[in-house]
Design a protein around this ligand. Structure first.
Ligand SMILES: Cc1cc2nc3c(=O)[nH]c(=O)nc-3n(C[C@H](O)[C@H](O)[C@H](O)COP(=O)(O)O)c2cc1C
Length: 186
């Protein structure tokens, strides 16, 4: 097939990818001066259990990402469905104003943890792979914990959404799932 026929229109790409729902997280880190930074990331994914690896894809041109990647320690803050204000702040707010009036704590590597998230992952960058106009950042998990019982936030068709279950799984199935998660990470 000639190359031109293989060209995907970027509007089509966005429209179709909008039909693939993602979770919503804020990846926080530090610049080389020790200032807190963070950006919203929908491209987060779990990768490997042994070793425990995750990945996300920041746009190469993102100023936040350029400044954050020097210090290899990051925190992945999983947003809950009550945190849309935080999502918009970290997707568009002024670079160094995103933590303003936010009562954040810090993990053992001094990285900001956003309060009331569904979970937090303390990670270190392991490898950065070329992914076109984005980087594919593979991170090692140092520690992780659950937080708010609110439902996780999702992003679908250009909108922030909640994540209601569509089927009622038997309760013992959910218990088994919880137990398998605990046996892996304890
Ligand atoms: C729901 C949602 C998901 C996003 N996912 C990503 C992503 O995976 N990668 C990315 O580079 N930007 C993503 N963005 C956009 C960035 O959050 C935004 O461009 C960034 O915070 C701006 O940082 P900058 O000022 O450094 O460019 C997403 C935005 C939203 C609202």
């Amino acid at each position: 097939m000639p190359k031109s026929e293989n060209k995907i229109n970027s509007m089509d790409y966005r429209a179709v990818m909008g039909l693939w729902p993602t979770g919503v997280s804020v990846v926080s880190g530090l610049d080389t001066e020790g200032e807190h930074l963070g950006m919203v990331i929908g491209s987060f994914t779990s990768v490997s259990i042994e070793p425990a690896l995750v990945a996300f894809c920041p746009q190469k041109s993102s100023v936040t990402w350029q400044k954050m990647k020097e210090n290899k320690n990051l925190c992945i803050n999983f947003l809950s469905d009550r945190q849309s204000d935080i999502c918009w702040k970290f997707a568009s707010g002024e670079l160094y104003g995103r933590f303003e009036s936010l009562d954040y704590t810090k993990n053992s590597n001094d990285i900001a943890e956003i309060p009331d998230c569904s979970a937090w992952l303390d990670v270190t960058i392991d490898n950065i792979v070329d992914g076109g106009d984005h980087d594919i950042v593979v991170c090692r998990i140092n520690a992780l914990r659950k937080g708010s019982i609110n439902l996780p936030m999702a992003f679908s068709k250009g909108q922030l959404c909640s994540t209601q279950p569509i089927t009622n799984l038997p309760i013992d199935h959910l218990d088994q799932w919880e137990q398998s998660i605990h046996s892996i990470y304890q």
